[in-house]
Write a protein that binds this ligand. Structure first.
Ligand code: DGT
Ligand code: CA
Ligand code: CA
Length: 570
C-alpha cells in the first residue's frame, strides 16, 4: 500500500468517527493521515529502519492500524465502522456546506441515507423545518448536489503533475530515453487535467512499452499497439503513452501538446503556405518533402513563428503575438524570490515558523511571509491580538536566527461581512503586510459582495487580496461580484491581487491573471502552505501566471528583498 492509500483509509476512519459524533479521535486520525501524506519516504521502506510512532501524530493505536494496512491491505476497524452506518452518508459530506454534524442530523431526523434521498427531502421542503435550517438551506443543498453531478472527473493539476513526473522519470531511467515529455493539457499546465499524455521518441518502441507496462503503480494495461499504450494506475488515473520515431519527435510533441484550437490555426497556416502539418511532420504539399519534423521549434519557424511556451498554446492570441515578434518573456520559477502566504502551527498549519523559514531558505528564497489566520476565523484557530503579537516576537527572533532569509510578518485577515478587516488598524500597522481574505458569507448577492470587497480594498493597510474569487476547483463556483470594479480599485489603491497557488484554488485563474496585467494590477503568488511540503505548490502558481502571460514585472514575488521592503513600507 502506498502512503496515499494508507492516508485515505485513515481519513475515511476520521469521517466515519465524526459522523458517529466521536470527539477528538477524528482529528487525531486526520493529523496522522496528513503526516503520512507528506512523508517523502514510502511507509513500507520507512518502517524497515524506523518506528512508525516516530511519525508526527502517529501514536500506538494508529501505528497498529497502519501496520495492518501495510501487511494486509485492509483495516478491520474501518470495515466495522462502515457496517454501523449507511454507506451513502459519507457521500452526503461531499455536498458543499454539509459536514458530519449536518449529515448525521439529516440522517437522524429524516432518515436520509444517500444523495437521492437528500435531493428528495430538499425538493419536498422537509428540510426547512428542521432546527438550524430554512428555505435557503434547501436551495443551497440542491445547488450543491447539482454541482457534484456536474463534476467533470478531471484531475487537479496538483494531482496529475507528480503522478506524471514519476512515470516520466521511471521511463527516462529504465528505457534510457532522452526524448520523453509530458504532452497535452499537462504540458500546458492547465488547472485541471482530463488524462495524462506522455510522449517518447525512440527507435525501439517495443522496449519502451515493456518498461511502461512494468511500472510498479500500474493496475492494468488497457491497450497496447505498435506506437500507443494506455495504462490504468492503481489510483484509477489513466495514462496515454505514445512512442514515435526520433526523427518525428518534434512534430508529435507539437501535435500532442495542443491545444486543439491552437493546432487548427497552425494547420491552416501551413496550408496557406502550400504545406501540410500533422503529427508526423510539416511537409510540402506538392512533393511531400519533409520541411521540419525532428524539432518542435523548426515547425514553428517554418511557419514564420517563434516557438512559444506550451502554457501559452490556447489560441488566445499567442500565434499573432509570436508572428509579430511580441511574445512576452514569461515569469519563471527562477525569478521567484519568496512566498507571501504560509500558515504555521499557530493557526491551522502543521509546521513551526522556524521549520517554514528553513524550508524557504532551502528553496533559495530571500523572504517568506508568515500569514496565520485572524481572530474571528475560529475554525482555523485564528490568532487573537495577544497571540498575534506573541507570534510577531517569535517571527522576528527566527528571522534573525535563520540567515539569508527574511521572515515577513503578515496575517491572513478576515474580510468581514461589511468589508472591515478583522484586526484594529493599529494592530494591522504593526505587521509587515496584510492579506485580506473572504472565508465566510459566500452567498451574499453580487452588489453586496462587490461593496464588501471594495471596502476592504479601500483600507490602506491592505497589501494583498487573497484568492479573489473564492472558487474551489470542481467544488465551489466563484462568489458573485463585479471583477472589473475590484480590479480597478486594486489598481487605484495599489493593492495586489493574489494568485493563490493551492491546487484546489489557482485563484486568480490564468484568464484573470491576464485581466489583472492588462488592468495594471500586480499579482502576488502565495502557496497558502499549511505544511513545509506545500511550499512546492509555487510551481503551479508560476505555471498559472505563465498561462496568464505574466512577466517578471507583473509579479510581486520577483522583487528583490530591498525593493520589496520599499514597496511594503509605502
Ligand atoms: P485534457 O486531456 O482533456 O485535459 O486535454 P488535452 O489537451 O490533453 O487533450 P487530449 O488528451 O484529448 O489530447 C492531447 C492533445 O492531442 C491535444 O491537446 C491536442 C491533440 N489532439 C487530440 N485530438 C486532436 C484532434 O482531434 N485534432 C487536433 N488537431 N489535435 C488533437
Ligand atoms: Ca490529456
Ligand atoms: Ca489523451
Amino acid at each position: 500500500m502506498r502512503n496515499s492509500e494508507v492516508a485515505s483509509a485513515l481519513y475515511e476512519v476520521a469521517d466515519l468517527l465524526e459522523l458517529k459524533g466521536v470527539a477528538f479521535k477524528p482529528n487525531a486520525y486526520r493529523k496522522a493521515a496528513r503526516s503520512i501524506e507528506e512523508m517523502k519516504l514510502e511507509l513500507s521502506d520507512f518502517r524497515k529502519t524506523s518506528n512508525l510512532r516516530d511519525i508526527p501524530g502517529v501514536g500506538e493505536a494508529i501505528a497498529k492500524k497502519v501496520e495492518e494496512l501495510l501487511d494486509t491491505g485492509r483495516l478491520r476497524y474501518l470495515d466495522e465502522l462502515k457496517e454501523e452506518l449507511p454507506a451513502g452518508l459519507l457521500q452526503l459530506m461531499d455536498v458543499p456546506d454539509i459536514g458530519p454534524k449536518t449529515a448525521m442530523h439529516l440522517y437522524k431526523e429524516l432518515r436520509v441515507t444517500n444523495l437521492d434521498e437528500l435531493r428528495a427531502a430538499a425538493a419536498s421542503h422537509q428540510i426547512r423545518d428542521l432546527k438550524g435550517f430554512g428555505p435557503k438551506s434547501e436551495e443551497r443543498i440542491l445547488q450543491g448536489i447539482a454541482l457534484l453531478e456536474r463534476r467533470s472527473g478531471r484531475m487537479l493539476l496538483g494531482q496529475a503533475y507528480p503522478i506524471a513526473e514519476a512515470i516520466r522519470a521511471y521511463l527516462a531511467g529504465r528505457a534510457a530515453l532522452e526524448l520523453i515529455s509530458v504532452g497535452g493539457s499537462l504540458r500546458r499546465m492547465k488547472e485541471t487535467i482530463g488524462d495524462i499524455d506522455l510522449l517518447a521518441g525512440s527507435d525501439d518502441p517495443g522496449a519502451v512499452m515493456d518498461v511502461f507496462a512494468s511500472y510498479p503503480r500500474a493496475e492494468e494495461l488497457l491497450e497496447r499497439g505498435p506506437t500507443k499504450a494506455v495504462l490504468r494506475l492503481k489510483d484509477g488515473t489513466q495514462v496515454d503513452l505514445r512512442v514515435v520515431a526520433v526523427k518525428q519527435y518534434g512534430a508529435a510533441l507539437q501535435y500532442f501538446t495542443g491545444n486543439k484550437e491552437h493546432n487548427v490555426v497552425l494547420r491552416s497556416m501551413a496550408s496557406e503556405r502550400g504545406m501540410k502539418l500533422n503529427e508526423y511532420g510539416l511537409f510540402k504539399k506538392d512533393t511531400g518533402e519533409v520541411v521540419a519534423s525532428e524539432r518542435e521549434e523548426d515547425i514553428y519557424e517554418a511557419l514564420g513563428l517563434r516557438i512559444m511556451p506550451p502554457e501559452m498554446r490556447e489560441n488566445r492570441g499567442e500565434i499573432e503575438a509570436s508572428r509579430r515578434g511580441k511574445l512576452p518573456r514569461l515569469v519563471e520559477m527562477a525569478d521567484i524570490r519568496g512566498d507571501f502566504h504560509a500558515h504555521t502551527l499557530a493557526s491551522d498549519g502543521s509546521a513551526t515558523i522556524e521549520e517554514m523559514a528553513y524550508a524557504a531558505k532551502g528553496k533559495g528564497y530571500e523572504y517568506l511571509g508568515i500569514t496565520d489566520h485572524s481572530q474571528s476565523l475560529k475554525v482555523a484557530n485564528g490568532l487573537t491580538v495577544d497571540r498575534l503579537r506573541g507570534n510577531m516576537d517569535i517571527a522576528r527572533h527566527i528571522s534573525e536566527r535563520v540567515e539569508g532569509v527574511q521572515v515577513l510578518i503578515g496575517a491572513e485577515v478576515e474580510v468581514l461581512g461589511d468589508g472591515k478587516l478583522d484586526y484594529p488598524d493599529d494592530v494591522l500597522e504593526e505587521l509587515d503586510y496584510v492579506i485580506g481574505a473572504v472565508h465566510t458569507k459566500f452567498s451574499m448577492g453580487e452588489r453586496e459582495m462587490t461593496e464588501r470587497l471594495l471596502t476592504a480594498l479601500s483600507n490602506e493597510r491592505l497589501t494583498i487580496l487573497a484568492h479573489p474569487t473564492g472558487r474551489v476547483l470542481e467544488q465551489r463556483e466563484p462568489y458573485a461580484f463585479d471583477m472589473d470594479r475590484v480590479m480597478r480599485a486594486a489598481k487605484d489603491n495599489e493593492v495586489c491581487l493574489e494568485l493563490n497557488a493551492f491546487p484546489e484554488r489557482l485563484d486568480l485563474s490564468d484568464v484573470n491573471c491576464r485581466r489583472a496585467k492588462e488592468g495594471g494590477v500586480r499579482v502576488a503568488i502565495g502557496t497558502d502552505s499549511h505544511s513545509v511540503a506545500q511550499l512546492d505548490y509555487m510551481l503551479y502558481g508560476v505555471a498559472t501566471a505563465r498561462r496568464g502571460w505574466l512577466e517578471k514585472r507583473d509579479v510581486l514575488n520577483c522583487l528583490p528583498l530591498p525593493d520589496l521592503v520599499d514597496f511594503l513600507s509605502r
